[in-house]
Write a protein that binds this ligand. Structure first.
Ligand SMILES: [Zn+2]
Length: 72
């Protein structure tokens, strides 16, 4: 896959979290009680015995990442 900004090859890797599901929240959404991302978009996978992770493509020139949210 190529970077949509500069066209160079993207590096394939993983975004690794902790023991909670990774989520994306819109800018105007606040955490519920300051703790939970209720209503956020789930990103990647999280199995009970593993850390959360999401397949990610990274451009080291533009310093941007691309995440496919279809693997949720
Ligand atoms: Zn780039």
């Amino acid at each position: 896959m190529n970077c949509p900004y500069c066209g160079k090859d993207l590096l394939e890797g993983k975004l690794i979290g902790d023991h909670h599901q990774l989520r994306w929240l819109p800018k105007d959404k606040k955490l519920l009680f300051g703790l939970w991302a209720a209503g956020g978009l789930r990103i990647g996978t999280r199995m009970p015995s593993q850390k959360a992770e999401a397949a990610t493509y990274y451009c080291s020139y533009c310093k941007k990442m691309i995440i496919d949210v279809d693997n949720c």
